[in-house]
Design a protein around this ligand. Structure first.
Ligand code: ZN
Length: 451
C-alpha cells in the first residue's frame, strides 16, 4: 500500500461521520482483546517488541518525498476499504493512544486542538520523533521501504528496503504505460527513478548493450543500496504487470535490449521477456549481496489494479529456479485475497510472507484465519508487518503503525487461541510461535541483532 490523496475521495463524507463516532464503539482495549482470544496469550503478545517487516515511514524532513517510489497521488482517486476510512473508530483510538486525545468526539474545535498537539509533539521530539513512535507502538525495529532514508530514520531502529523495479525497465515504457490509466501515471515515476539511480552512478545515458547495463547500472546500484544499509529490495511490479517471470536466456534478453537500446518502442512480448530476465537477474544479485527480495501482492490499490496478476502462484517458476535458491523472497501483504496460495508457496525453502496491510485493511477475525492457516504449516516463515504510511490529513504513518500493530497482535492472539483450544499447540508453543512471528523470524531472515 502507499500514500495517496485519500482526502480527495473521503474528506466530505469521512470527516462528518468521524465527528459523531463514539469511543465506546471500539476502544483501544477492545481492539487488543477480541472476543474469544485467550487473555494470557493476548497479554504475552502485547509485551513482545516487534520487528515490523514493511512500512513507508516518513522521515522528519519537511515534505518528505522519498517514502514511496510509486505514491498514488497521481492516479484516479479510488474508494478505500472501510477499515482505512477516516470514520473508522480505530483512528480516534489511535489519537488517544499516541497523543492522549481527551475527547470522545472529533468536533472541529477538538480536531484543531489535536492538530496543535501533533505539531507540539513533533517539535519536541525533533529527529527522535520516528523512534518515539516505535516506542509508543512497541516496535523495536521497523523496515522502511523508501527510495532513500532520511533524518530520523537511522539504524538500528530503522532498516532500509530500497526499490528494484526501475532496474527492470531500461527501455522506453510508453507501450507498457498505455495498458491502463493508472499505469500511464506510474511508469513515468519508474523512468524518473531509473534516471536518479543512473545519475547517482554518474551515467548519463542508457548503455548500449545488456551486458554493459547489468555491469554498470544494475549491479552497482544494488551494491550501493547494500552498502547503504539495505536489508532487502522491493518490487512493486504488481502495479505494472503480472508476476509471471519466465526463464529467459541471456542471449534472447541481450538481443531484445540491443534492438531497442538506441530508441524505439519495444513490443509488449519483447519487453516482457527482457523484464523476466532482469527480475531473475536482480533477484540473484540481491541474494548474492545478502538482501531479501520483497514482492507486493494484494488486491490493490487503485481502480485499475489487476489482482489476478499478483497471485503468488505466478511466482512459482522464479521460486523454483535453482539459481535463485540463495535468494530469500517475502510475499508482502501476504498475497491478500490469494493468502491460501501464499501458504502453498511457503513450502519453498526460500519463501516467506508478511501480514502488512492486512493489518490495516482486514478485521482481526479475518486476519486471524489467514494466520492460522499459515501457522499450522510454516510458523517460521510468517512475519509481522504494518505497511504504516501517511494515508491523508490526520492519518499520519504513526497512527497507521499504531492501528496495524494492535490489529496484528489481536489477530495473532486469535489464531493461536484457536490452535490452543483445538489442541494443536500447547500454551508454551503458542508463545514461541508468537515471538517468532512478531520478531525472531525477521531477525533471522535479515540477521538483525535484537535487544
Ligand atoms: Zn507498502
Amino acid at each position: 500500500m502507499k500514500a495517496y490523496k485519500i482526502w480527495t475521495v473521503l474528506l466530505s463524507s469521512g470527516c462528518a461521520v468521524l465527528a459523531c463516532v463514539s469511543t465506546s464503539q471500539r476502544d483501544v482495549a477492545s481492539t487488543a482483546t477480541q472476543p474469544g482470544a485467550d487473555p494470557e496469550i493476548t497479554a504475552f503478545i502485547g509485551r513482545i517488541r516487534a520487528v515490523d517487516n514493511h512500512s513507508h515511514v516518513n522521515s522528519v524532513a519537511p515534505g518528505d518525498k522519498d517514502a514511496d517510489a510509486l505514491p498514488l497521488d497521481g492516479i484516479a482517486p479510488f474508494e478505500l476499504p472501510a477499515p482505512l476510512r477516516p470514520d473508522n473508530p480505530d483512528w480516534l483510538a489511535a489519537y488517544k493512544a499516541l497523543y492522549a486525545y481527551p475527547h470522545a468526539d472529533l468536533s472541529d474545535a477538538h480536531m484543531r486542538e489535536w492538530r496543535a498537539t501533533v505539531q507540539r509533539v513533533a517539535k519536541e521530539q525533533g529527529d527522535k520523533f520516528p523512534t518515539w513512535v516505535l516506542d509508543q507502538v512497541g516496535t523495536e525495529v521497523m523496515l522502511a521501504n523508501r527510495v532513500s532514508m532520511g533524518p530520523g530514520l537511522a539504524p538500528p531502529r530503522f532498516r532500509w528496503v530500497s526499490y528494484a523495479d526501475p532496474l527492470m525497465l531500461p527501455l522506453s515504457t510508453a507501450v507498457e504505460a498505455a495498458t491502463s490509466p493508472d499505469r500511464e501515471k506510474l511508469f513515468p515515476l519508474e523512468d524518473a527513478l531509473l534516471q536518479r539511480y543512473m545519475s547517482d552512478l554518474t551515467i548519463a545515458s542508457r548503455p548500449q548493450t545488456l551486458d554493459a547495463y547489468l555491469k554498470t547500472v544494475v549491479t552497482p546500484t544494488l551494491e550501493a543500496q547494500q552498502r547503504g544499509g539495505c536489508v532487502a529490495v522491493k518490487f512493486e511490479v504488481g502495479y505494472l504487470r503480472a508476476l509471471d517471470f519466465a526463464a529467459v536466456s541471456t542471449a534472447t534478453a541481450s538481443g531484445i535490449y540491443a534492438k531497442y537500446a538506441r530508441g524505439g518502442e519495444p513490443s509488449h512480448a519483447d519487453y516482457k521477456a527482457l523484464q523476466d530476465f532482469l527480475f531473475r537477474f536482480i533477484a540473484g544479485e540481491a541474494g548474492r549481496l545478502g538482501m531479501a527480495v520483497h514482492v507486493h501482492s494484494f488486491e490493490g490499490a487503485g481502480n485499475f489494479f489487476a489482482t489476478a496478476g499478483v497471485d503468488p502462484l505466478l511466482l512459482e517458476p522464479a521460486f523454483n529456479d535453482p539459481a535463485l535458491r540463495k535468494t530469500n523472497f517475502v510475499i508482502i501483504h501476504g498475497g491478500g485475497v490469494h493468502a491460501g496460495h501464499t501458504g502453498a508457496m511457503l513450502w519453498k525453502p526460500n519463501v516467506y510472507a508478511d501480514i502488512s496491510l492486512m493489518t490495516l485493511a482486514y478485521a482481526p477475525a479475518r486476519l486471524g484465519d489467514v494466520l492460522r492457516d499459515w501457522l499450522t504449516q510454516y510458523p517460521e516463515k510468517v512475519l509481522f508487518g504494518s505497511d504504516a504510511s501517511a494515508l491523508g490529513p490526520d492519518m499520519g504513518w504513526e497512527l497507521a503503525a499504531w492501528i496495524a500493530t494492535k490489529t496484528g497482535r489481536a489477530a495473532l492472539a486469535l489464531a493461536l487461541t484457536h490452535m490452543i483450544r483445538d489442541g494443536e499447540v500447547s500454551h508454551a508453543r503458542a508463545r514461541e510461535i508468537a515471538t517468532m512471528v512478531m520478531r525472531t523470524n525477521a531477525a533471522r531472515l535479515y540477521t538483525l541483532a535484537l535487544k
